[in-house]
Design a protein around this ligand. Sequence first.
Ligand code: SAM
Length: 616
Amino acid sequence: MESSNIKEDTTLVSKKSSDDAIKMELTGPEDGTQYRLRIKNIPKFASAKMMKEFLAKNGCEQVKIQKAPKWDYCFVTLKTEVRQLYVLNKLKGIKFKNRELSIQIDNVTEKDRQALFDKRKNEKQQNIEQSGIQKSPEEMLADQVTPLHIYEYQVQLEIKQRGIIKSLETFRDKMGELYNKSQYHSSWLQEEFDFKLPLDLKPIIHSPVLEGYRNKCEFTAGLNLKGEKTVGFLLGAYKDGLNTVLEPHNSIHVSDVAKKIAKAMQSYIRQSLYDVYDRKTKQGNWRQITVRSQKCGDIMIIVQIHPQGLSKEQIDQEKGALAEYFKMVAKEENFDLTSLLVQTYSGVSNGMSEDPFDCTFGTPFIHEEMMNCRFQISPRAFFQTNTAAAELLYQQCGDILEEIYKSKDFSESPTLIDMCCGTGTIGIALSKSLGTKIKGVVGIELCKEAVEDAKINASLNEINNAEYILGPVEKNLSALYNFSNKASGTAVAVVDPPRAGVHKNVIKALRKCRAIEHFIYISCDHNAAIQNFVDICRPINKDFTGAPFKPVKAIGVDLFPHAKHVELIIEFRRNREDSEKLKSDKLTDVPSTSQLKDMSSTSVSQDIETKKNFSD
Ligand SMILES: C[S@@+](CC[C@H](N)C(=O)[O-])C[C@H]1O[C@@H](n2cnc3c(N)ncnc32)[C@H](O)[C@@H]1O
């Protein structure tokens, strides 16, 4: 029913509430009941984020929203029944987008969940039988984790390049519509490069390594088809009623050392008195093992345990035993164990939690080397999963920056604003390779540990002119205000966001920031980033008041052989030609005079308004 395309917004709003009764409990209800409300009669276009903002505005915070684009309803999940009733009461009589809302309690009990799980499992099985395709479980897993594995690598690259072209065509068509509607000129849209695209799309760059390239693998502890304790990948998705785990020995993107560690952990768990965690019954202890195996040889192992039924002494005993065991495995298998961490987590979701790590061997971080730099990586920090290909990605950004630098008569070297900077890799690597062509680096990043790593990494690599800001880019645009009144061309931004792209406020601020004439967008999901591309280039309107940019060049870099994804770099440049032309045109439509002014400069009042809207 609600399986596909669901956008979840699970961030917790952190405003303080005076009402103690509605304070969220840290743990969920004991009986596993999910306290859910179904809000009906909302427009289909309303996103999970919009609903979350609407609820927050009405005093309902700390909620989880589920909403798919085609639904005219959404689910709101609360931690407790008290909160559920509170929200129900708060929303009584409130309209959303002028619509009367219909709200009903729609709780999900553990029994409902299990019934749904079984139903999906049967459906899945029937589909497999009806399709007549009898694939082995190993083949099904390979199709799942490396869906392009059946193609020669050259063909995979062609498929990826075609995907990029398709997204860029959609972007072009959307821009065409927008420019046709407005009375703006769009000379760049008339330009045609190869593939009839209004930007220069370069041939895709292939990964230097095709197998075992992943430096981070998250394995699940579960049961295989014979019911044996196994460490590997979940076959299928749990939501489809599948919870079988298969060993990764045939997974071509997993490194040999990661396979050895998974196997060793499997042997350990098979001898353990404790069970693997079962997501259906919520019983058992062994949950997950993450292996980070860097190109430079550093290895981090993170073991996640559900502490239920275990005393502190038993957990401590396991921690000690795991340290001894993996020291022995490292010696036998001839690898350097740099870090062994254990995390206890009692929640129900998958993946790493916010709970602390206990470092039971080595250091609580590892290092990686790339582009003549050395980077510290903490367990929670993001690092590109294919180091050798990431180097090519960064080099491409460096080449673009160098071209930008050469093409313009800079009064000074530009500052690099590294948005979503992770451990600081892009800013630091490019500072190092481009030297004085970059004046300094300002990095903005959401993950606290990554920011701490970035600061250390800057000094490790003797970059003395880097500063880092902790927090979501959309709420920490002060770095941009600092440049708002500077002459154009004094800053270049690199935006490397997660899959979904950046918040539109980031694009608004980029457009308003006078200093930025060029910026580079790196997307690991070009399809999801189309809306960002459109907002970057769309004609001025009351929301996007800064002068638009135009795309100049794009290039794909394949960091994920055999998988579907590809990194796409797009260079955008401020669309000055059209802006200048616009000034001399008679416009009957949007924008207003004040917005027109903003085409070439950011007014003080707008600056203040921006600060109000976007800063912390
Ligand atoms: C694709 S990674 C890129 C990291 C880095 N540029 C690199 O190449 O290693 C995206 C990064 O964005 C961070 N991030 C996610 N949402 C963010 C937000 N709203 N504001 C700032 N950073 C964010 C993530 O923590 C992650 O480190």
